[in-house]
Design a protein around this ligand. Structure first.
Ligand SMILES: [Fe+2]
Length: 195
C-alpha cells in the first residue's frame, strides 16, 4: 500500500535535515524584500505577522510537532511581496498581489516553495497546501485579531495528523493559543498604522 501524503511528510521530517531555502535568517529574508523595493508599511506588516507566527511556532514546537519553522518564518516575510507592485492593496482588499508576488520572487531567485506562499496564504482553501503554508496563512489572519474557523480547523487537523494524536487532544491547547494571539490583535493593528 502506498503511504499517504501525511506519512510521506512525517518521513521527510524524520529523515531530512531542515532546509535553509538559501536564506539563513528572517533578517536576510527581510533584506531581500527591502532590496526589491518594499515600502516601510509592508516591512512592518511582515514584522507584525511574524510576531503571531513566532507564537504559533513556539507552542507547536512545545507540543512536539516536527515543523519546518524556518519555512513558516520566511513564508511570512515573503507572503505579501506582490504588494510591492500593487501598493494599493496595502490599504484595501485585492488579489492582484498574489500571482505578481510569486512571479517577482521567482525572478529574484527565491525558492519556489517560499514564493508559493504568495498564492497559498490567500488561496489555501482551493489548493493543496502543506501544514507550514496553513500556519503562514493563520499567522496572517490572527495577527490582527481575526479568527477564521475553517482555517483554524485545518491547522488543528494537520497538527493532530502529524502528531498521530486525536483531534480533541490538540484542539484545546491550540484554540487557547489562537485566542491568545488574536487578543493582541488590536495592539498590533495600531502599530501597523503608526507613521
Ligand atoms: Fe499579509
Amino acid at each position: 500500500m502506498r503511504p499517504g501524503p501525511g506519512a510521506l511528510r512525517i518521513a521527510w521530517y524524520v529523515a531530512g535535515p531542515m532546509k535553509s531555502y538559501g536564506i539563513a535568517s528572517v533578517e536576510e529574508g527581510r533584506s531581500i524584500l527591502a532590496k526589491l523595493g518594499t515600502p516601510p508599511r509592508l516591512l512592518r506588516h511582515t514584522v507584525l505577522v511574524g510576531e503571531a507566527a513566532d507564537l504559533l511556532v513556539d507552542t507547536l514546537t512545545k507540543l512536539g510537532l516536527p515543523l519546518d519553522a524556518h519555512f513558516v518564518r520566511l513564508g511570512v516575510v515573503f507572503h505579501d511581496a506582490g504588494k510591492i507592485e500593487h501598493p494599493e492593496e496595502l490599504a484595501r482588499p485585492g488579489r492582484d498581489h498574489e500571482p505578481s508576488g510569486q512571479a517577482l520572487l521567482l525572478a529574484a531567485g527565491v525558492d519556489a516553495a517560499l514564493a508559493r506562499c504568495c498564492i497559498s496564504h490567500a488561496r489555501w482553501a482551493d489548493m493543496e497546501v502543506s501544514l507550514e503554508e496553513l500556519v503562514v496563512a493563520l499567522a496572517d489572519t490572527l495577527w490582527k485579531g481575526k479568527r477564521n474557523e475553517t482555517l483554524e480547523r485545518r491547522v488543528v487537523e494537520g497538527v493532530a495528523t502529524r502528531l498521530g494524536r486525536p483531534l480533541w487532544d490538540v484542539f484545546v491547547p491550540l484554540d487557547t493559543l489562537f485566542e491568545d494571539i488574536a487578543a493582541g490583535g488590536a495592539g498590533r493593528l495600531a502599530r501597523s498604522l503608526e507613521a
